[in-house]
Design a protein around this ligand. Structure first.
Ligand SMILES: *Cc1c(COP(=O)(O)O)cnc(C)c1O
Length: 373
């Protein structure tokens, strides 16, 4: 089946007793046993499993072409499960521009447990130099935040294979509709389902999808079920509902993203545009090879400095000034002020999550915001 069909039908289990065409929300925390002590419904207790979470995990597995999935209460807890599952004393290699929440986890929660090298993963030839005898995992994130750097997943998978290291990929910016890291050699894919998968800025969630059900995956499942940071039945229901339109939303985000990137690249007030779909992007060829389209995330450098950049943010009408991404509504954000004083993000950088409004309206809004700075 093709992606659009999987998104609508996979995990959409219909109860014949009521004839509902879409799944009900199973709020029950506990499930009946029969005379033999078995659980005829297949569920015992909702931290361990629940019909809505099973459905969400089923469709995520299918979309990412994996073997199994675990849904968590946030992207951060999904990522944290990966770090918790590693043997203490292990070394991992992570991108120098890793999602800041994970960088913070590694530098605070795991600082006495794991050792980490933050590396420029676009410099493929230098990666092997960081591998040590206790290196167990390379973590990638592509496209990355906020410069939209593209990492060559197959090239890193080859290095991982050679050294028997696990490869994990944060696929949040691409979504499973634009990029499938497992097909490119990744062992585990991570999503903040809060972003494109949820798509409406109204649900927090995360997920891991595995290429194979191995001993490491058993540890992940144990962390999910015993640790208990699971996605609630209502959140799973919302995510499952959102996934039905994900392939079409990603088409819209990608079309709008490309059109806005082209407009801004030709604007005299814009110094640079970072969008993997532009031929001027330094890793455009890699993006073309591993992504089916380029999504709705882009960053720009405004000509001038901090002052001009903040003016733009305050003049836009349709782009809401807020963090996060992947919703139907366009967002704009001054990253340096969010990341704080030790941020390396340029002061004139604006990150834009291009939504699904009409592109003519988005361009007109940018045009007026960039005029007379
Ligand atoms: C938002 C985000 C996360 C964290 O997810 P939450 O759902 O906010 O916990 C991880 N990685 C990337 C790339 C993200 O954008």
């Amino acid at each position: 089946m093709k992606t659009e069909t999987i998104a609508i039908h996979s995990g959409n289990i219909i109860k014949s007793a009521t004839g509902d065409v879409t799944p009900a929300i199973s709020l029950s925390t506990t499930f009946l046993r029969n005379e033999n002590g078995d659980y005829p419904g297949g569920h015992i207790y909702s931290r361990v499993s629940n019909p809505n979470r099973n459905a969400l995990e089923t469709v995520l597995t299918a979309l990412e072409k994996g073997a199994d999935a675990c849904a968590f209460s946030s992207g951060n807890t999904a990522g944290m499960a990966m770090f918790q599952a590693l043997t203490p004393g292990s070394h991992i290699i992570a991108p120098d521009d890793m999602y800041w929440g994970f960088k913070k986890q590694l530098q605070t929660l795991f600082k006495d447990i794991l050792t980490i090298d933050f590396v420029d993963l676009t410099a493929i030839s230098q990666i092997e130099g960081f591998i040590q005898s206790n290196t167990v995992m390379i973590w990638t994130e592509t496209p990355s935040n906020p410069l939209l750097k593209i990492t060559d997943i197959s090239a890193i998978a080859a290095i991982c294979k050679k050294h028997s290291i696990m490869l994990a990929c944060d696929n949040t910016f691409a979504s499973p509709c634009l990029q499938n890291p497992i097909e490119l050699g990744a062992d585990v894919v991570m999503h903040s389902t809060t972003k494109y998968i949820g798509g409406h800025s109204d649900v927090l969630g995360g997920a891991l999808i595995t290429a194979k059900k191995d001993a490491f995956w058993e540890k992940i499942k144990n962390i999910q079920q015993v640790g208990g940071a699971v996605s609630s039945p209502f959140d799973c229901f919302l995510l499952l509902r959102s996934i039905k339109t994900l392939p079409y939303r990603m088409r819209g985000h990608s079309a709008n993203g490309m059109a806005l990137a082209v407009y801004l690249e030709n604007h005299p007030q814009v110094e640079a545009v970072y969008y993997p779909g532009l031929p001027s992007h330094p890793q455009h060829e890699i993006a073309k090879k591993q992504m089916s389209d380029y999504g709705g995330m882009l960053s720009i450098l405004v000509k001038g400095g901090n002052e001009e950049t903040k003016k733009v943010v305050n003049k836009v009408q349709l782009f809401a000034q807020a963090t996060s991404l992947g919703g139907v509504e366009s967002l704009i954000e001054h990253r340096a002020s969010v990341e704080g004083p030790d941020s390396k993000t340029p002061k004139n950088l604006l990150r834009i999550s291009v939504g699904l409004e009409h592109i003519d309206d988005l361009i007109a809004d940018m045009k007026q915001a960039l005029a007379n700075l």
